[in-house]
Design a protein. Structure first.
Length: 453
RNA sequence: GUGGAUGUAGCUCAGCUGGUAGAGCACCGGACUGUGGCUCCGGCUGUCGUGGGUUCAAAUCCCAUCAUCCACCCCA
């Protein structure tokens, strides 16, 4: 058990038996996206390093420590893509899509790469499916995006997921909010966890979703509901002083346009009956987000519970040197979706051979030709090793085929073949001339879809 | 990048305080060269993750390294 090579850390092979789940999930998603009128776009797996550094933000974790950055033999500074939106916007500009109709609805599916320590639901190569609307800043675009987002999960069989939503406003309002948070946390600052004290400087909004017990106590519970009696008086006093000022919410710092946009998005969502939950602490990890932000989580995934998320990114295309072009989008981690489905015990179909053809000594050549003929219309299998009849029957049983064709010498002479139903063991002669019709009939309307596992 | 746990057959795992590997499942073959899934019989697979050290002797103890898992950071 020490092979010379194994898949690089954080990557994995998807083998037959598991891949069927992926194909199923991809097919379901494709169906929803097409009905929504989105069109697929495929972009390179690597791009100029600068593209990601610019758009995600130099200070973001993705850029600072998670990029697969490399120089090619021509000295180009490249990186494996850590996310999809930047590439889509680059392609949009490069091919002048803006000049071919104002609004573009696009979707993509493919592997992304981030260098991080692997854990449950986190890989260095992971798959995302995502969608973008470029060219309109209308609240209706945000609403459609979230509806599409929710409907994808519905198509995968997630029933009761609540979407977390927030507005992160503009970079200006976020800055103002950060200052307000620093001020508000001032009195309790020494009691915050070391991480949060650091975050208060670098990214104050992150303090709000700290998992430290005391941080959570300070932010979410407030005075009057102490964890335990042993809290020191100085701490209690500090918390009380902190709460003498109202707890700041990002939504209160929005400019009037962003605020109106937010109200319109909420109204649109409720008109569609989409269950949402406002999460004042919801901040996205990439710098390019503006206004609407949303996420979906699943507890069964452990610490890495985010299944997908997205938001509006009105300044991104301009950052890339293009004309002002608003956009909204999301991406969903397929690895996590599949993991969550598995943990919910969702059964999925597998598709082995529908018909197995067994030959006798004198009919091997005829049987081989028959299999090839049948394979034009349905899934057929045979024993390519020319083993004995008993072995062929065994192989047929294992193949999962629902029907068995026995090409016996005597029947073949008469132009027949024996059709056996694996389920009930019944068998009857069938004319070779009309075999396909009989088989399709016996298999039902969907010939290639067979037993579920 | 930080912390903890774990690496024995294809899979799940046993192997007590050191004496040089085992079970179940899976797989292959036979009983059953014109009828499979059941049953019975037989068989295969291991540099005990890798490298080094201690010892007469290491799967077992020590160190390093790689990998996996879980958590932190962060995110999908």
């Amino acid at each position: 058990m020490a092979p010379k090579h194994q898949a690089p850390r954080g990557t994995r092979d998807l083998l037959p038996g598991e891949i069927e789940r992926w194909q199923w999930a991809e097919d379901r998603a494709r169906g929803v996206l097409e009905r929504y009128g989105y069109r697929e776009i495929r972009t390179p797996l690597f791009e100029d390093y600068e593209l990601f550094a610019r758009t995600s933000g130099e200070s973001s974790d993705v850029v600072q420590k998670e990029m697969y950055r490399f120089k090619d033999l021509g000295g180009r500074d490249l990186a494996l893509r850590p996310e999809g939106t930047a590439s889509v916007c680059r392609a949009y500009l490069e091919h002048g899509l803006g000049g071919r109709g104002r609004i573009h609805r696009l979707w993509y599916l493919g592997p992304m790469f981030r260098y991080g320590r692997p854990q449950k639901g986190r890989f260095r190569q992971f798959w995302q499916i995502g969608a973008e609307i470029l060219g309109t800043g209308a609240p209706g675009a945000d609403v459609e995006m979230i509806a599409l987002f929710v409907d994808l999960f519905a198509a995968w069989g997630f029933g009761e997921l609540a979407v977390l939503v927030n507005s992160v406003g503009t970079p200006d309002s976020r800055r103002a909010y950060g200052d307000a948070l620093r001020e508000w946390f001032g009195p309790v600052r020494p009691w915050l966890s070391p991480d949060s004290q650091r975050r208060l400087e670098t990214n104050p909004l992150r303090v709000l979703d700290s998992k430290d017990a005391r941080d959570m106590l300070i932010w979410s519970v407030g005075p009057g509901a102490w964890l335990a009696d042993e809290e020191e008086d100085a701490f209690k006093l500090a918390v009380t002083r902190t709460y003498s000022k109202p707890k700041p919410h990002l939504l209160d710092f929005l400019d009037s346009n962003s605020s109106a946009h937010w109200d319109a998005v909420l109204a649109g969502l409720s008109a569609l009956g989409i269950a949402t939950e406002i999460d004042h602490g919801l901040v996205r990890g990439l710098d390019y987000y503006t206004r609407t932000a949303f996420e979906v989580h699943d507890r069964s995934l452990g610490a890495q519970s985010a299944l997908g998320g997205g938001g509006r990114y009105d300044g991104l295309v301009e950052t890339l040197g293009g004309p002002p072009t608003p956009g909204v989008g999301f991406s969903i981690g397929l690895d996590r979706v599949l993991l969550a489905l598995e943990q919910r015990g969702t059964p999925l179909p597998a598709g082995p051979a529908a018909v197995f053809v067994a030959a006798m000594e004198g009919t091997r050549a005829e049987a081989a030709a028959l299999v090839r003929r049948l394979r034009r219309v349905l899934a057929a299998d045979w024993d390519m090793e020319e083993r004995g009849f008993g072995a062929q029957m065994k192989a047929a049983g294992k193949s999962g085929a629902r029907l068995l064709l026995i090409v016996g010498e005597e029947e073949w002479e008469r132009g027949d073949v024996v059709l056996k139903d694996v389920g009930d063991g019944s068998q009857r002669p069938v004319p070779v001339a009309t075999l396909e019709d009989v088989l399709l009939e016996a298999l039902g309307t969907r010939p290639t879809e067979t037993r579920a596992r």
